[in-house]
Design a protein around this ligand. Structure first.
Ligand code: ADP
Ligand code: ADP
Length: 225
């Protein structure tokens, strides 16, 4: 069955509708690209699926949990243990080195310092940025920063990785490298990936793509059946 599934999602910001009956599902280890034009509701969908915001109506089920039925504290605990996040930019802690940034979520989950740093080191190697482990975010390139962000998102071995325009600030060569490393590492650890993007080429890294338009999922098979 599906790992994460949503039905009938509605969400409006004041008078502005963002989701208008969207549904979604993803299987363990599956990489789903969420495409669609700017303003179509992709980020709002991702935020509802991850329990960051609550929909006005509809359900989000993760394993045995109904996210909208959990308290804020239960939802944030679930995010810390089961979910990983990669955003477009501005996500690394500027005062911490690359190594400390990747070790941080492990420390927050109770891993001892030495072991957290050992695992962080492994993730930096896997993402090919071990050479900058002692540097701070202000001293490295955008592509290196996104690789470190991917290492940090995967270090806690999440069941679902939510990536919102993870390559939006990179040139195409660096972007493709980050997507390759992200999807390869996710597949190795059997993490599902919800990959939000408006770039068509990103779909090549996914198992399946869905298109959001005006807050709904456009059924791409409808014309074929
Ligand atoms: P996308 O990720 O596809 O660009 P969003 O989910 O960010 O789409 O936005 C969907 C719609 O909701 C847009 O009209 C956007 O301007 C609006 N919106 C998103 N977030 C907010 C917010 N926090 N406050 C007000 N309007 C918002
Ligand atoms: P994305 O590129 O992921 O769609 P945006 O740059 O549109 O994100 O939005 C960045 C942040 O601003 C998000 O937290 C989003 O919810 C919020 N936001 C988006 N549109 C609006 C809006 N019209 N009014 C207020 N906040 C918004």
């Amino acid at each position: 069955g599906s790992l994460l599934a949503a039905e009938g999602l509605h969400k409006a910001y004041g008078e502005t509708p963002a989701l208008d009956g969207a549904e979604f599902s993803i299987h363990p280890g599956e990489v789903v690209a969420v495409m669609g034009p700017s303003g179509s509701g992709k980020s709002t969908l991702l935020h509802c699926l991850a329990g960051i915001i609550s929909p006005d109506a509809g359900t989000v089920r993760y394993g045995p949990y109904e996210l909208t039925g959990l308290s804020d504290a239960q939802r944030s605990a679930l995010r810390r243990t089961d979910f990983g996040f990669v955003f477009q930019f501005g996500q690394l802690v500027p005062e911490l080195t690359a190594l400390e940034n990747v070790a941080l979520p492990l420390r927050l989950n109770g891993t001892k310092r030495k072991e957290a740093e050992r695992q962080a080191r492994e993730w930096l190697e896997r993402l090919e940025v071990d050479d900058v482990r002692g540097k701070r975010p202000g001293e490295i390139s955008g592509g290196q920063g996104q690789r470190i962000a991917v290492a940090r998102a995967l270090a806690t071995r999440p069941r679902v990785v939510f990536a919102d325009e993870p390559t939006g600030a990179l040139d195409s060569l660096n972007g493709e490298r980050v997507l390759t490393l992200l999807t390869d590492a996710a597949r190795e650890t059997h993490a599902a990936v919800v990959l939000v993007t408006h770039e068509a080429r990103v779909a090549a890294y996914s198992d399946r793509e869905i298109v959001v338009r005006d807050g709904r999922i456009k059924d791409m098979l409808a014309g074929l059946i």
